[in-house]
Design a protein around this ligand. Structure first.
Ligand SMILES: [Zn+2]
Ligand SMILES: [Zn+2]
Length: 416
């Protein structure tokens, strides 16, 4: 596992478990941190960003509260997957059902840890493109307890590309603030990257002036936005930040910023290519298509797939655009019932998106831009229904959750 950095695997478990994980994954000793007790967990998580944490329940005697305390206090740490070895996985699942950490349980007998656990470790240590969700809510942030599981921050996605130290960031909703804090914590300065804003509705730009890396002159970013009725990228962002609405204006940001009024045509960047199709939405909105190391990723958080009116040309173009893509992240703010009352508002129902994605051979489908009035219970119900499409035909399907990620392994068959 040459690509792994230092302290990538954190283990709180017996010596033979540590040895087996290291041996099966050809890990160097500096890539593994072996803990003696649970009090050391917080410290290591705040000092480095491990790829995964393995916990043996006998060593930690964890409660749901303890894990939430360690893994959920800082939004960036919630992304770290926890694999926990337990006597009874079904019982543990029930006991930990209210935690929002990304935790999976694996049963073990007295001597041997089950093979599926080791397969999961291997999968998580495979070099991958990572797509992280920092904000998945549509329209307006909703910091309510009934939204905590799926998250209350508005649109922001980070794509991490192996071998690149540039940030690729999609949309600057309120999730963008947490991403900025996280980057500063682990990287401090010389943070460079490309920011693609789909459109300037509040829920896609409100986090912009709260992104701390913009206040450091050692950092640099390009900021892309499709041309709007009232101007290009710079004019629109500066119009959003006059002193009447917010004390910071664009001129007060010290990072080196390049504003790009983006055209639809494909453009090559050193680590990816990008193009977009204009969405069916009340202002000019991009559905960005990125090609990264052979994977096609489409980000379309605001797009209404029409059901009764028939802009045939739009549907044809859209279907062609998403055809056979590896990952589609698409607007599903409503269900069919709600859509009837919201037709023309610029958002889709999940049922229609699933059908169209299925028809067009989309490989992985993540539905996003959750309605602020959709509480966790309702979203969990939809997620449960979506499970029946896993493997039928989608490789992955579900709702996006703040603090969750999807990984696209490098060097694997992309058509599997
Ligand atoms: Zn939106
Ligand atoms: Zn919008």
């Amino acid at each position: 596992m040459k690509w792994l950095k230092k302290n990538s695997v954190v283990i709180l478990g017996e010596d033979d478990l540590v040895e087996e994980i290291m041996q099966k994954n050809e890990l160097r000793s500096d890539q593994v941190v072996v803990l003696e007790h649970k009090e050391q967990l917080s410290k290591i998580l705040y000092a480095s960003e491990p790829e995964l944490v393995v916990l043996d329940e006998r060593k930690i005697s964890a409660s749901s509260n303890l894990l939430s305390d360690i893994f959920c206090k800082s939004p960036g740490i919630r992304f770290v997957p926890i694999l926990m070895l337990v006597e009874d996985p079904d019982l543990s699942k029930r006991l930990f059902s209210d935690t929002v950490c990304g935790i999976s349980f694996f049963g073990k007998d007295k001597v041997n840890v089950k093979e599926e656990f080791f397969d999961q470790v291997k999968e998580l240590l495979q070099e991958s493109i990572e797509v992280k969700f920092w904000g998945v809510r549509g329209s307006t942030p909703c910091a309510n307890s009934e939204n905590i599981k799926y998250g209350g921050n508005t649109s922001c996605v980070q794509i991490l590309i192996p071998g690149s130290d540039r940030q690729l960031i999609l949309d600057c909703g309120t999730g963008f603030r947490n991403l900025g804090n996280h980057l500063i914590k682990y990287k401090k300065d010389h943070i460079n990257g490309d920011i693609f804003i789909t459109h300037p509705h509040w829920d896609h730009i409100q986090g912009f002036p709260f992104f701390k890396p913009l206040y450091n002159q050692l950092n640099s970013f390009s900021v892309s936005l499709p041309e709007q009725y009232r101007g290009g990228a710079r004019e629109i962002l500066s119009g959003h930040l006059p002193k009447t609405f917010f004390p910071v204006t664009l001129n007060m940001l010290s990072a080196e910023l390049t504003y790009i009024t983006r055209e639809e045509q494909r453009e090559e960047f050193p680590d990816f290519s990008v193009e977009y199709l204009v969405a069916n939405h009340p202002t000019k909105t991009a559905m960005y298509k990125f090609v990264i190391q052979g994977y096609t990723i489409i980000y379309a958080p605001d797009n209404e797939i029409p059901t009764t009116t028939s802009p045939i040309r739009f549907l044809e173009q859209f279907e062609e655009f998403i055809h056979s893509c590896d990952l589609l992240i698409h607007d599903a703010q409503y269900d069919n019932e709600t859509y009837k009352k919201r037709e023309g508002w610029g958002h889709s129902s999940w049922e229609v998106v699933v059908a169209l994605a299925k028809k067009n051979g989309v490989k992985r489908l993540l539905l996003t831009h959750h309605d602020p009035d959709s509480q966790d219970d309702r979203l969990s119900e939809i997620d449960e229904k979506l499970k029946s499409y896993k493997g039928n035909p989608f490789l992955e399907i579900g709702l996006t959750k703040e603090g969750s990620r999807i990984r696209l392994p490098i060097g694997c068959s992309r058509t599997a």
